[in-house]
Design a protein around this ligand. Structure first.
Ligand SMILES: [Zn+2]
Length: 186
């Protein structure tokens, strides 16, 4: 409930305009009409617009900060001298570092350009991999496993693309209830 003292200071922001649009009434009891009503509505609109602009500017600043942080993460992982990747487990997206794309003959632009590394895995290998990721996340401990993968990872295994045995270590990352895997090849 507005106090009587508050009502004395009122600048009519609690204005309610009647259906006809020509009479405004404030909670403080004031009735405003005509040019005073127009002036008041413009003032209220301007305040709302300024608030919106401020929120938009804050959102832009936050987005810029997030983009900056993502770039830092990209460069840190790209500098690692061994194949490494980052993978949100709920997706088919893998973010591969430079050493990874060079070793496994993968073309990608920026680090944050997702690659589906399982695109040519046999279904049983793909499901095993996903199950292993889930178990590791639930266990909360890094795990090391041996894997057989195509030498050029995104192409089918064949005479000119023999399978390679690799040793992979994966680390569970859980942030705000979302699960991710950071992995590396030895
Ligand atoms: Zn008022």
């Amino acid at each position: 409930m507005p106090s009587p003292l508050k009502a004395l200071d009122c600048d009519h922001n609690n204005l309610i305009v009647a259906d006809c649009g020509s009479i405004g009434k404030c909670q403080c009891g004031a009735v405003v009409t005509g040019s005073e009503l127009v002036r008041l509505l413009m003032k209220i609109n301007r305040a709302a617009f300024e608030e919106l602009e401020k929120t938009r500017a804050e959102l832009e600043a936050l987005k810029a900060k997030e983009a900056q942080f993502r770039e830092v993460v990209a460069q840190v992982i790209d500098w690692l001298p061994f194949p490494a990747w980052f993978h949100p487990v709920a997706t088919l997206d893998w973010y591969l570092n430079k050493a990874h794309v060079e070793r496994f003959g993968i073309k990608r632009g920026h680090f944050w350009e997702p690659v589906n590394v399982m695109v040519n895995y046999p279904l049983s290998v793909a499901t095993d991999l996903m199950r292993a990721d889930m178990e590791m996340i639930q266990g909360g401990l890094a795990t090391t496993q041996e894997m057989s993968v195509p030498g050029r990872l995104l192409e089918e295994i064949g005479v000119d693309n023999p399978a390679m045995e690799i040793e992979v270590t994966k680390y569970p990352i859980i942030v705000s209830g979302e699960a991710y895997v950071f992995g590396r090849c030895i």
